[in-house]
Design a protein around this ligand. Structure first.
Ligand code: RB5
Length: 152
């Protein structure tokens, strides 16, 4: 996986299910307008699909180093976070507030942001995304704690 604290040129893999599709399209546009490079991992319309399939696409893109971070959107954000967190090296944070999205990076070194399109509006979702992308891991005691999660 790759890391970068640069605010531009970061690659962000976006994935969603049918419930998350409209917000997914909005956030891809928002990220692009701020200079990030979105990678659209689907889904590509509002036909019913299974969220684990798209969680896996984003996880694989992040783990391959093809994206710095991932964003996963379903109805609640819960299914996506459960699916993504099954994978070693993935720290997926389900966030509904700017504070959570900021601290998910600063304390938890989250590499995937999960959002619930049926829970938060596009304004809050956009604020969460930008907070996530602009925040950096603080290390120190937080790394000590992560070491107890990511076992060898
Ligand atoms: C789809 O109806 C819904 O179950 C899904 O988007 C998500 O909320 C699951 O966690």
């Amino acid at each position: 996986m790759i890391n970068s604290s640069s605010t531009v040129s970061l690659k962000i893999a976006f994935g969603c299910d049918h419930a998350g599709y409209p917000l997914h399209i909005h956030l891809i546009g928002l990220a692009a307008s701020h200079g990030y490079t979105p990678i659209d991992c689907g889904t590509f319309d509002q036909s019913s699909v299974d969220y684990p399939d798209y969680a896996l696409k984003v996880v694989e893109t992040v783990k391959a180093g093809e994206a710095n971070y991932g964003v996963l959107i379903c109805g609640t954000g819960i299914g996506m976070s459960i699916a993504a967190n099954r994978h070693p090296g993935i720290r997926a944070a389900h966030c509904s507030t700017e504070y959570e999205a900021t601290v998910a990076r600063q304390h938890n070194k989250a590499n995937i942001l999960c959002l619930g399109a049926r829970v938060i509006g596009i304004g809050v979702a956009g604020t969460c995304l930008m907070a996530f992308l602009k925040s950096d891991f603080l290390g120190g005691r937080h790394q000590t704690r992560l070491n107890k999660i990511d076992l060898p």
